[in-house]
Design a protein around this ligand. Structure first.
Ligand code: SF4
Length: 481
């Protein structure tokens, strides 16, 4: 049995933690399909699934196509109220038999576990990502952490099979200190990985905002004490339950900033569609005031104002473009405009990853690029900061351009080309800026759909072997990895 490390907060940490308050929250969560199958959900929520939908989902229960086994079902009261007027929101959280028709895809997209030196931590890039919790207030059907949330077994590179575990403060802070000591003693570069100081951490999961303030504060303080300079909190709580951003939470953030003013904080929010934060009338139109400004849902507008008014933190939105939800330039145009108007930043749009059942959710790569490009027509420069990213096994990659015309003299470009550019890759990002050009394939959902039309690949996206570690099982060589 592995002995657990102990962790004792220092005096400064203990003082910060002692002042944290944790009022109770009433998310009114409906968990699973059972409350709908057994008609035990609140009466007004039962109609979220029609009788026909319930029958079709019930038939799949317990079999290979059980939608809940792939991804647990969950919704809050707040999100349900928004969903009543929004087909897009319904599609985000409402289970459908279609999602398990084709279960092709990866249980560990991008083989993230290859870069997990400590349970719950991914240290692939210059920054670290941590799984601090394995659920959210509601669950998106397209989630690319479905293996974590559904507690699935994942094959690791050494051939063992295990569920993804969560990060624990003692083990993580020990790793960060050891890594950063080795970096300091080696002139600023780690002697093995080639990376610099680990100075940035993304708290992720699941959604860290389902943790209480005490637990969240404990993470923030522990990371600050071991030298982390910048902390991001990845959350969709602003959409699912904006009431979570209440006075007690804001007071915790304020006290954290007073205690650790040198640490940067970033709220990485996740709005998928403007229906998640704008008020709609009974006809489904966005409500505007006399001056033509669109009105935000009051709780969401308040949460956003309270965050952006704290100049020492940033609020940044990132969202995948998903079939039937936001594959709509008009919706994305409104979303980018409103997010910037609220004082937040449009950070990234993503193409869907190769998760299990990805064909049910992913928009073709070229279509996603066109949708984003169309959506940004009519936006100002400050509203169009977001880029389109797709996460190759090698690292975060931008879908940089899609042409409609051939490149003269370049065989294979007759239908136009797609240009990918590496934004980050493992270690100190040695391939950042390198590009890959492929002939177009309008149906391509993932890199392997371009394998037969690679024209130029200095990025090495199609000539990639998974890094083999000592004692690891044999690995193949494919862009799909
Ligand atoms: S909020 Fe994020 S982590 Fe949670 S279910 Fe949705 S996509 Fe997955």
């Amino acid at each position: 049995m592995i002995k657990k490390l102990a962790y004792t907060p220092c005096e400064r940490e203990a003082e910060f933690l002692a002042g944290i308050e944790d009022p109770k929250h009433k998310r009114e969560i409906i968990n699973g399909l059972s409350p709908f199958f057994k008609e035990r959900a609140p009466e007004d929520m039962l109609s979220f699934y029609s009788d026909d939908e319930v029958t079709k989902l019930r038939v799949l229960k317990g079999g290979e196509r059980d939608v809940e086994a792939r991804m647990p079902v969950k919704i809050t009261r707040h999100y349900f109220e928004l969903a009543k007027k929004s087909p897009a929101i319904q599609r985000i959280v409402k289970a459908s038999p279609d999602e398990t028709q084709d279960l092709a895809g990866s249980e560990d997209p991008g083989y993230q576990m290859d870069y997990s030196p400590v349970e719950g931590l991914l240290h692939k890039y210059e920054m670290g990502l941590m799984y601090v919790v394995n659920t959210c207030s509601a669950h998106c059907r397209f989630c690319y952490r479905e293996e974590l949330i559904a507690r699935k077994d994942v094959l690791r590179q050494d051939g063992t099979v295990a569920k993804k575990g969560l990060a624990e403060i003692p083990e993580i802070t020990e790793y960060i200190r050891r890594h950063n000591d080795a970096v300091a003693q080696n002139g600023g570069i780690h002697p093995e990985g080639g990376r610099e100081k680990l100075r940035e951490i993304l708290l992720s999961g699941g959604d860290p905002m389902v943790l209480n303030n005490a637990k969240l504060g404990a993470w923030l303080a522990a990371l600050a004490e071991c030298g982390i300079e910048s902390i991001r909190i990845g959350t969709k709580e602003m959409a699912f339950y904006p009431q979570r951003f209440d006075d007690a939470f804001l007071a915790m953030l304020d006290r954290f900033h007073e205690t650790y003013p040198e640490v940067g904080l970033h709220m990485m929010i996740h709005f998928e569609h403007p229906d998640e934060f704008l008020q709609k009338d009974d006809d489904g139109n966005y409500i505007e005031n006399a001056q033509g400004f669109k009105l935000w849902v009051p709780e969401t507008g308040k949460a956003m104002r309270n965050l952006v008014s704290r100049g020492w933190l940033t609020v940044e939105n990132q969202t995948p473009i998903i079939k039937g939800i936001n594959d709509d330039p008009d919706a994305l145009r409104i979303m980018q405009r409103e997010i910037k108007r609220a004082g937040a930043e449009n950070h990234y749009f993503f193409c869907g990853r190769d998760i299990v059942a990805y064909r049910a959710f992913n928009v073709p790569i070229e279509t996603a690029w066109n949708i984003l490009n169309e959506s940004q027509k009519g936006l100002s420069g400050v509203e169009t900061h977001a880029r389109l990213s797709i996460t190759h096994y090698k690292g975060k990659t931008e879908v940089n351009a899609v042409t409609n015309k051939p490149i003269p003299g370049l065989a294979g470009s007759e239908n136009g080309v797609v240009i990918f550019k590496i934004l980050r890759n493992a270690g100190p990002a040695p391939d950042r800026g390198k590009v890959c050009i492929v002939g177009r394939n309008p149906n391509a959902l993932w890199f392997d759909d371009y394998e037969d039309r690679v024209l130029f690949d200095e990025a090495g996206l199609f000539d990639y072997s998974r890094v083999k570690k000592p004692g690891a099982a044999p690995v193949g060589s494919s862009a799909q990895q």
